[in-house]
Write a protein that binds this ligand. Structure first.
Ligand code: FAD
Length: 381
């Protein structure tokens, strides 16, 4: 965009996992969309992500399903196991079963690889890095957006996909910091040589459980088995750091999970670089949109990550919001935003609640209500 006074029909704020999906889906539906991201560029941070069949159907629509399916790992099962004895607590079939029953693959993938594919799918001239939104003026016919680089943009509609510290949320509901959930997660891509040298089997998707719901979720992030990742969930008394994450260590992992099952011990032994992240939270919001502003993803329903569905909910939001705007056109945005919230609120809140409770798939249960759902065809309203 050359001219700072240029008008855009729809501005998406934030090109994270939800914002990038919204930009692609809205453009796909024929809307004129520009996306503004504060980061100067994205880097491949060491972390994995699960993408359920509910969202692989959306990636099919965007044209990314095949590519992501080629990069990612396709676990046959989600296993839950006792961290000390290794006893199986649940075996949730995925793989071929999931494709047949849920209509698409369940994959685990490096989130940087997935995000890079999402970003590459967007037209470069409509994705604006280095644009941090810092002021909004809601006017009768549009919204005036001001970015920290001085650029000003007049947008017909604004989609706040700006994450847990969303500025759009703050405009709608006032300043309020997210609440520390009392939990942290350690994240590590482990050393594959050390892992292989152990001679043990590392299942493609397994959650190890200890008392008080402490856990390690471990999985492959590449289909060729060349990368293996874990993320923990550990209750702590507080989070005193300013930074969004801090370094942890193999010693810390040993202190928390040492003396466990040999496969867990091998994971700890193969840990070289590990970081520690606080998990933040908010109660369900009572407002998802106002006037020409609407939110999706972590901006309106952040959750602890234990159901592996936070980004999936953001991407589902993007799909449903697009469908609602297709129904009404941008002029009918008030109706579209009401329809969007009516369609999304119950499901997103249910996932948020179960994710925060950290009970998902610990015991044998039927996950069809999450995975078989198709956000592209589900009834609206
Ligand atoms: P984000 O991805 O946070 O993106 C927000 C974007 O907005 C960022 O790029 C940010 O730079 C930008 N931004 C913010 N403010 C501004 C501004 N003022 N101006 C311009 N740009 C701005 N989810 C899953 O589905 N599966 C998983 O397996 C999974 N595992 C997880 C593991 C961990 C440890 C954690 C912490 C989360 C996990 N999640 C998972 C959740 C998932 O990461 C989030 O729910 C998801 O990233 C939310 O997407 P979003 O687009 O709403 O926000």
């Amino acid at each position: 965009m050359k001219d700072s006074s240029e008008k855009v029909d729809i501005a998406v704020i934030g090109a994270g996992l939800g914002g990038a999906a919204a930009a692609a889906l809205l453009a796909n539906a024929g809307f004129s969309v520009h996306t503004f991201e504060q980061a100067p560029a994205f880097t491949r941070l060491g972390a994995g992500i699960h993408i359920g069949p509910n969202v692989m159907k959306i990636f099919r629509r965007i044209g990314l399903e095949k590519r992501l399916g080629e990069i990612g790992s396709h676990p046959e099962f989600w296993f839950s196991r006792d961290g000390r004895t290794g006893d199986y607590l649940s075996r949730i079939p995925l793989g071929d079963y999931g494709r047949k029953e849920y209509g698409a693959s369940y994959i685990t993938i490096h989130r940087g690889d997935m995000h890079a594919e999402q970003i590459a799918a967007l037209p470069e001239d409509r994705l604006h890095f280095g644009h941090r939104l810092n002021a909004i003026e809601e006017r009768e016919k549009d919204v005036l957006l001001t970015f920290d680089n001085g650029r000003r943009v007049e947008a017909g509609l604004v989609v706040g996909a700006d994450g847990i510290n969303s500025m759009i949320r703050e405009i709608l509901l006032g300043p309020e910091k997210p609440r520390f959930s009392g939990w942290v997660g350690h994240r590590a891509l482990v050393n594959m040589d050390k892992l292989r040298a152990s001679g043990l089997e590392f299942e493609a998707c397994v959650k190890w459980w200890w008392e008080a719901s402490r856990h390690i979720m471990a999985y492959a992030t590449k289909g060729d088995g060349s990368e293996y990742y874990y993320v923990t969930g550990v209750p702590v008394t507080g989070w005193e750091h300013e930074a969004s994450f801090v370094d942890s260590s193999r010693e810390e992992m040993e202190a928390i999970f040492g003396g466990s099952h040999p496969v867990v011990q091998a994971l700890i032994d193969a840990t070289e670089t590990v970081t520690k992240w606080p998990f933040w939270n908010r109660d369900p919001l009572n407002l998802w949109s106002r006037g020409r502003l609407v939110m999706l993803g972590d901006a309106c329903h952040p959750m602890r990550p234990h159901m592996a569905q936070g980004a999936c909910m953001a991407i589902e939001d993007a799909a449903v919001l697009t469908r609602c705007l297709e129904e009404t056109g941008t002029e009918g945005y008030r109706v579209a935003f009401r329809l969007y919230e009516a369609t999304r609120r119950e499901r997103a809140t249910k996932v948020q609640t179960i994710s925060n409770a950290n009970t998902w798939l610990k015991e044998q249960e039927d996950p069809a209500w999450v995975y078989a759902y198709d956000p592209l065809t589900a009834a609206l309203g």
